[in-house]
Design a protein around this ligand. Structure first.
Ligand SMILES: [Zn+2]
Length: 421
């Protein structure tokens, strides 16, 4: 083992380049990353200029922009903090879903996302998306999931197992026909159903698809999530969908406490049995009870700082509960949410957190390890990754004593012993 340079107690004392190099080298996880928000802009530009892709998008009701230059699309797809309205934010997803209606495009998007994450030492990535946004007459749900699984598998293989990946199937909280062709067809079949009834119907169908995919051998499908507008669409509307997933041993994470207050988080853990909460940003609005509950039960929080600023879930990072999470030992880890739409990497999120919250080496180490502990990877692999990550952190000078098991795990990771066949 090479002797690491000692890391100062105050990471802020490192020069900007040194700090960036350390954060890039960290073995990271990204447990909250949306496929459709995390493509390469150049790939969207290439797909949007393809006449066959455009014809299919038009047929399915998507309006792709006439100007498909990378510069123009970067402004549309990565509005960043300059995003002026919700409409502008949603426009990005409309364009992205418009180009992701084929097996090839889905596989490519997943493959490139995993490669980009691996390049900055994300060792474990959970990719989430709503398959129903990509289903149409020529593309059934199982094929949608198989395409993404295949793209991820290829990236794992080509990186020699330096990244491992999983898929979370998202159901949408809210029903709206603009979500896609699938939702429009459901409305046509049930013309007198209310939006709430249609929403519950679609989430149940998404749950069935997730379970069927697992049974059919799409091995990366490990969990189920609820995404979309929170206000007026509480988790309780979707209990049946989640019961089906729990009965069939899928893991559960739920977007909550981002666009709505603590009640949404409470329902996510009490009604839907969430093992993790996406965001949890507004958890402290009604006291500390819920925070204590999450901490004591080791319910993990997927913290997405830049995304929270961009969607105006918080006005500034000073309002974010991340510092409390650290102090109270809540199992909170950092995630990107949408790499392209927010124009960020996992390293950027660590840098933002380090800069704003002044993370100590111990807090940095803990945040990294929480990501591995909260991952939905099967236990044996999770333990192996955790050991290897501990050893790598030690190599980087970030605390902890060596154990033989950690050393062996890191050696196996470096040899690519975890790469899929
Ligand atoms: Zn999200």
């Amino acid at each position: 083992m090479t002797d690491p340079e000692p890391v100062p107690t105050d990471l802020g004392a490192l020069g900007a380049d040194e700090r960036r190099a350390l954060l890039t080298a960290l073995p990271k996880t990204d447990l909250h990353c949306h496929l459709d928000g995390s493509l390469r802009v150049a790939t969207v530009a290439e797909l949007a200029a393809d006449p066959a892709v455009r014809a299919l998008a038009t047929k399915l009701g998507y309006a792709l922009p006439e100007d498909t230059s990378e510069g123009h699309l970067r402004r549309v797809l990565s509005p960043g903090l300059g995003c002026s309205s919700l409409e502008e934010y949603l426009l990005a997803f409309d364009v992205i879903c418009g180009v992701l209606q084929t097996r090839e495009a889905l596989a490519r998007a997943a493959y490139e996302l995993a490669l980009d994450a691996a390049a900055e030492n994300v060792w474990y990535l959970e990719v989430r998306f709503a398959p129903q946004r990509h289903i149409h007459a020529d593309l059934p749900g199982l094929e949608v999931l198989r395409a993404v699984d295949e793209g991820l598998r290829r990236a794992e293989r080509e990186t020699g197992g330096r990244i491992q990946t999983a898929i979370l199937v998202c159901a949408m909280r809210n029903y709206h026909e603009s979500i896609g062709d699938y939702h429009r067809r459901v409305r046509d079949v049930f013309p007198y159903a209310t939006p709430r009834e249609l929403g519950a119907l679609c989430s149940r169908a998404a749950a069935r698809l997730a379970v069927e995919a697992k049974r059919a051998g799409v091995e990366r499908v490990v969990g189920f999530d609820l995404a979309g507008a929170e206000a007026n669409f509480p988790p309780s509307h979707h209990r049946e969908a989640f019961s089906w997933c729990i009965d069939n041993f899928l893991n559960i994470t739920v977007h909550a406490g981002e666009g709505y207050g603590p009640a949404s988080i409470q329902e996510a853990v009490t009604y839907l049995n969430a093992q993790r909460i996406g965001h949890g940003t507004r958890i402290l609005e009604e006291g500390d009870g819920l925070l204590t509950y999450l901490r004591d039960r080791r319910v993990a929080v997927e913290v997405c700082l830049t995304s929270n600023l961009q969607t105006k879930a918080i006005a500034s990072l000073d309002q974010h509960p991340f510092r409390r999470f650290l102090a109270e030992e809540v199992r909170a880890t950092l995630c990107t949410d949408n790499r392209m739409v927010s124009d960020i990497t996992m390293t950027d999120e660590y840098e933002l957190a380090q800069r704003h919250f002044g993370l100590t080496p111990r807090e940095l180490r803990k945040t990294v390890l929480y990501g591995f502990k909260a991952s939905f990877v099967p236990y044996a692999r999770r333990r192996h990754l955790l050991l290897a990550a501990k050893a790598r952190l030690r190599e980087l000078g970030l605390g902890g004593q060596w154990t033989r098991a950690e050393e062996e795990a890191l050696a196996a990771w470096k040899d690519g012993a975890l790469a899929p066949a």
